[in-house]
Structures are given as C-alpha cells and as structure tokens.
Design a protein. Structure first.
Length: 484
C-alpha cells in the first residue's frame, strides 16, 4: 500500500479487531489475557462519546467480573431509578421499568446496572491497556482481502495489517461486513424517528426516570433519565414520521419545553446527541472464512429491551476463548465453526425479545437479564447422563454460582481456563493440563456428576463418570495445555 508515494510496512498480528466499541474492547481484553497478539483499530479519533447503551444486564455483569472490570463498572454506575409518570406538570404515579427479580444463590446479580456506554468503554479501554493490549485510532477500513493463510486489511491512512483472523466489531454500518458482501435481514421496528441525547438539565430530581406521555399535537413521548455516576441526564424523544430531528441545543430545548413543564433554559448543555429509526437486523452469516462478525455488525436491536450492548459483549466472550485455543495450537480450527453455530441463534432470539419489548408485547423481565441463555443445541454441549429431571442442569447451560463448603464457584471459574467440577462423586477425574479442578460433596443445582466448565462459564461436558471426558478434551484442545 502506498500513501503519498511512500510504501508503508505491513503490520502482522494474530487477530485484528475492527471497532473499539464495547464488543471490540471486550474481545481485546479477553485476547490480551490469553497472550494473543491482537490489535484493535477504530475509525474515529477516539472512543464513542455518548450513552446510547446504558444498561448492563446480570449475565454481562458476570462476564465483566471474569474480565476484571467489575469493580470499576460497579463504582461508575448505579441502580436504575423508578419511573415517574408526569401529567400536566404534576407527578401522576410511579412505574416500574423492570420486573423485580428474586435473589438467588446461582448469580450474585439480579437486576440491570446503569453505566453510560461511554464510561463502559473507558473502563474496558483502560483494562485493555493495562493487559498489554492496544488500540489504533483514526483507522478507517477501505479494503479487505483474505486467502487460505490470513486476511489483509487496508486503511484510508496508516499501514495495512495482515492478520490470521479478523473480527468485525465496527457497528451496524460495518465496512468489513460490506466488503465481505454479507447481507443483513431485518425490518423497521418503529417508523417514528427518535432522539437520544446526553444533557445537563435543571429542575428535575435524580431519583426518578421521568416519563412524559405524548401530549396532543406534540408528536410523541419524552423520557429523561438521570445517568448514574454522572451529572448528566439522557433525553429520549419520539417524533412523527418524516420529522427531521433537530439535534442542536435550541432544538432539544424546544422538544423538552414543548413536552414537559420545564422551561427551555432548563436544558443548560448538550453533551452528545443523535437520531435514529428503531430497526432490527440480523446478518445472514457470522463468519466468512477467517473473518467473524460480532456485535452490531452482526445484529442490530431496538434499544428498548436493553439487549444490544449485552448481546454484543457476549459475542466477544464466546469468540475470545475459541480464538485463543486455536491460535495456541491446541485446538483444531473446526472449533471456530461453533461461534456462528452458538451465537447466531442467540442473537436472533434477543432481537425478537427487543422488538417485543419495544412494541409493548413483553416486559423487561427474566429473559432480558440473559441468565437463562445457553447452548444446549450446540455441538460443543455433550451431555452423557440419562434420565435427568426436567429442570436439571445440562451441558450447554450456564454454570451457576454458589458458595459451597467454603468454596465460591465463580472464584474458581474466574480466569481464562477451563474448570473441572465434580459433585457428589469420589471418582478421580483424569488429569488435564491447565484445567482447574474443584470437588464438592453436594449442590442441588448441579446434582451428582462431573462437569467440565468452559472458559466462558457454560457447561461443555457433563456425565456421571469422567471415563469419556478425554475424547471431548482432545476436541477442544485441552490436552495440549490450553488453560491457565
């Protein structure tokens, strides 16, 4: 590649991650802790500045615990406030934005945690740099070419990169996806344009999520939510079809004043603003050769269900350990086929849920917390036990947490390794290099058996005896020392 007549030197890495949003940064963190030579590139000159995604679901909190950022995420955010419905300048009643969840011992997190997206990205970026990872900003992809051995990506400026694998985490308008010719299938969820903006505002308390139902002739609702851990509020407003949304300070002031009891001057500052049309879309494939799609490049959600950012981070969490296992030389490349196999159906389900929530056909309840998601139908889920009770834990399910006999399971699972858990059996499992082993006498959520827990916290293999476990271990590369 030549720029201004100067040929730039090719940069070689194992993995190139395109996009420094939550997906790309989370994947960068996971790869860095596995010792993978990875580079994250971002088209913009810095991190995304807005709060479009602000809800961290309980399952993603578990992921962030494992990636070493949970403490910072907890410190940066807070609980969601109770909704307050306003009518004619008066408080008309409270509205629960989320169905309450019962506390249990299988997860330490039961409710979504609010952190503005820009802050989540700052935390992941700091963790990535701390782990030895790197991000190159101002790198706009202009060409993607792959062959049997790798992928070459060229940019509008800067040296081209040659990678063994590329992950497109560059958003709904993904340049990488388009270069590959992968189509997306979707629909308009709501034809009404929406405004989302981070503002400074006076005259409203920070104890409630303030909702102003549509007034006659105003065109749509207004919601103003205090952003935890900041002095900002997020303004969301709906407009009639065909409206050209005004993102200026005066435009947002006018919208707030027209739809609430607040004066225009109550909005003192606009820190970020954007408009969009709620839609849903799913890529036809999540993989093309050595290139993978993750996050919004693979699936686009309505923000109503709080699923987009969370589904995207979990794409990264699923793919990171598989890339690490293959690049270490321990696992066969066929392991990478399971990324699309596992994540595409989950993304499709979450898209449907987001759409139903947006249309008022579903509540923000247990399904939106994502603790029940799993991979029972995956080829990586091998269940060798028979005659299991209907509600029994099976291969492919998320491995539950608990403190049993003084041992907290999530503390054992935390890290880039596999975990071999035996419950209620005296059988001595075969030694597996790099696999952490723990034995407990009983825990009814697991029942009796032997459980091999994947690095992303799902049960990969389960049986009453470890006799057939080595065959599975060979398949995922454990016998070559993949793990700690």
């Amino acid at each position: 590649m030549e720029l201004n007549g100067v040929k730039e030197r090719l940069v070689n890495v194992d993995v190139l991650v395109v996009g420094a949003g939550p997906t790309g940064l989370a994947l960068g963190v996971d790869l860095a802790r596995r010792g993978v030579d990875a580079l994250v590139v971002e088209r913009a000159d810095g991190l995304f500045p807005g709060s479009r995604g602000k809800g961290i679901q309980p399952r993603t909190m578990e992921v962030f615990d494992d990636l070493g950022v949970l403490g910072a995420i907890r410190a940066a955010g807070g609980d969601y406030p109770v909704g307050m419905i306003w009518q004619d300048g008066r408080r008309a009643g409270e509205h629960l934005m989320f169905d309450p969840a019962e506390a249990g011992d299988d997860s330490p997190y039961t409710a979504p945690w609010m952190v503005p997206q820009w802050r989540t990205q700052e935390i992941l970026f700091a963790r990535l740099e701390e782990s030895g990872g790197r991000v190159a900003f101002g790198r706009e992809v202009v060409a993607v070419a792959q062959d049997e051995d790798g992928v070459t990506v060229e940019f509008a400026s800067g040296a081209p990169v040659r990678a063994r694998y590329v992950v497109a985490a560059d958003g709904g308008r993904s340049a990488v996806r388009r270069a590959l010719g992968i189509a997306m299938t979707g629909e308009t969820v709501d034809p009404h344009p929406m405004l989302v903006s981070d503002v400074r505002i006076t005259g409203l308390d920070r104890d409630n999520w303030h909702v102003f139902p549509p007034r006659e002739n105003t065109g749509g609702f207004l919601a103003i939510c205090p952003l935890a851990g900041t002095e900002d509020f997020q303004v969301v407003a709906q407009f009639p079809q065909g409206t050209d949304v005004d993102l200026s300070l005066d435009g947002i002031r006018g919208t707030v004043a027209e739809r609430s009891h607040l004066s225009p001057e109550a909005v003192t500052e606009v820190r970020w603003a954007s408009d969009f049309r709620p839609r849903t879309a799913l890529a036809d494939r999540f993989r093309a050769g050595r290139v993978f799609l993750a996050g919004d490049s693979a699936h686009i959600h309505s923000p109503a269900g709080g699923q987009g950012l969370n589904t995207s981070v979990q794409d990264a969490y699923n793919l990171g350990w598989k890339l690490g296992a293959v690049l270490s030389g321990g696992a066969p490349t066929s392991l990478l086929d399971t990324y699309e196999e596992e994540r595409l159906p989950v993304a499709a389900d979450m898209l449907g849920l987001s759409t139903r929530v947006h249309r008022g056909e579903a509540r923000r309840g247990a399904a939106t917390r994502q603790l029940g998601l799993g991979y029972r139908g995956s080829s990586l889920a091998v269940e060798t036990r028979t005659d299991l009770p209907e509600k029994a834990l099976r291969a492919g399910d998320r491995a539950p947490d608990a403190t049993v006999e003084g041992v907290r399971l999530f503390d054992v699972f935390r890290g880039p390794h596999w975990t071999l858990l035996t419950v209620g059996t005296e059988e001595e499992p075969p030694p597996l290099p790099g696999v952490r082993t723990v034995r407990i006498a009983s825990y009814d959520r697991y029942g009796t058996g032997v459980f091999l827990v994947r690095p992303d916290g799902y049960v990969g293999w389960a049986g009453t005896s470890a006799r057939d476990l080595p065959r599975y271990a060979n398949r995922v590369g454990l016998t070559a020392g993949q793990g700690l």
